[in-house]
Design a protein around this ligand. Structure first.
Ligand SMILES: Nc1ncnc2c1ncn2[C@@H]1O[C@H](COP(=O)(O)OP(=O)(O)OP(=O)(O)O)[C@@H](O)[C@H]1O
Length: 305
């Protein structure tokens, strides 16, 4: 049974269609990112999964239950990190986390262990009002993780985290999903998702425009790869100069776009030509993929939807 299942879900707020006809499912232990511009419907989808909003149409199951029933047992098994998390600044990190632990039926030791896990052990006895943004975000994450949730919904969890903390967060998420927790996170920071989630669901103005592994989405988008070639001299060889899209990027380096099916032929030719001394291959970035699907050029949905 999937951990989360959405069938033709819609959510309207008056005239605003925040979510339109969205269907996808998340397997148990899956690590999936929801990406989209501001207002794409990411937070609304999470609120529907939490039972904080009811769908205007369609069917939604989380851990096998309709979240709008608000069953206490289901709520206890879902961890949530809201987009802008706020805590009472007069309390210490330890007091706050112990409070959340009690709400989830966990003991104080579990709260302290979680503070350690998110790197806040040393700051545990400090008031949260003195915490940096990144520290508050980590406290929010600890709050979401407490109680061994079966499903974890994280709304832009890496906002305010430096690269090291971000890596730490993704390491924690990998460990959790390896142990069977389903992780859904929303993000604007597409590049950081590479290698850190198994699947990406792209939303645009409430609609699902793509759903698949990064490799599947890349294949579907058929975006050109780019070859960066270092030249032995200042002038590129004739065959290269006459190829379309050649761009000079340095005194002795050029870049050329190349359709995926032409890549090997171009590489062979470049490798054999002594006028070329080095070759670098640049795959389409996640941002290019994202732009492609938002332009609607891909049209159909791909992957495992
Ligand atoms: N309670 C509400 N009442 C009215 N409109 C709402 C409500 N909640 C969300 N919306 C609208 O629904 C749309 C989707 O909003 P949502 O917050 O889900 O987007 P998002 O993808 O999370 O955006 P962001 O990246 O900015 O957080 C937006 O147009 C928003 O204004």
């Amino acid at each position: 049974m999937p951990a989360v299942q959405l069938e033709r879900v819609a959510k309207r707020y008056g005239a605003v269609e925040a979510v339109r006809d969205v269907s996808f499912s998340l397997p148990q232990g899956g690590r999936v990112a929801l990406v989209g511009h501001n207002g794409a419907g990411k937070t609304t989808l999470m609120k529907l999964m939490l039972g904080l909003a009811r769908p205007s149409a369609g069917r939604l199951l989380v851990l096998g239950r309709d979240p709008s029933e608000g069953a206490a047992e289901t709520r206890r098994r879902i961890g949530w990190l809201p987009e802008s998390v706020t805590f009472n600044g007069a309390l210490t990190g330890r007091e706050i986390l112990r409070f959340f632990a009690r709400l989830k039926g966990e003991n104080a030791a579990a709260a302290d262990a979680m503070l350690d896990r998110v790197g806040l052990a040393e700051a545990a006895r400090r008031r949260v009002g003195t915490y940096s943004k990144g520290m508050r975000q980590r406290l929010g994450l600890a709050q979401a993780l407490i109680g061994a949730p079966r499903a974890l919904l994280l709304d832009e969890p890496t906002t305010g985290l430096d690269p090291e903390m971000r890596q730490g967060l993704y390491d924690i998420l990998a460990g959790l999903s390896g142990a069977g927790t389903t992780v859904l996170l929303s993000s604007h920071a597409l590049e950081e998702l590479e290698g850190r989630v198994e699947r990406v669901v792209i939303l645009d103005r409430g609609r699902l425009v793509a759903d698949g592994t990064l490799a599947e989405l890349r294949a579907l988008a058929r975006l050109p790869v780019r070859l960066r070639l270092t030249l032995a001299g200042a002038t590129p060889p004739d065959w290269l100069a006459s190829a379309g899209g050649l761009r000079r990027i340095a005194a002795r380096a050029v870049e050329i776009p190349c359709a995926p099916e032409d890549k090997m032929a171009l590489l062979r030719r470049a490798a054999e030509d002594p006028a070329i001394t080095d070759i670098e291959l640049q795959a389409p970035t996640l941002d290019e993929l994202y732009a492609h699907f938002l332009r609607g050029q891909g049209g159909e949905r791909g992957g495992t939807a």
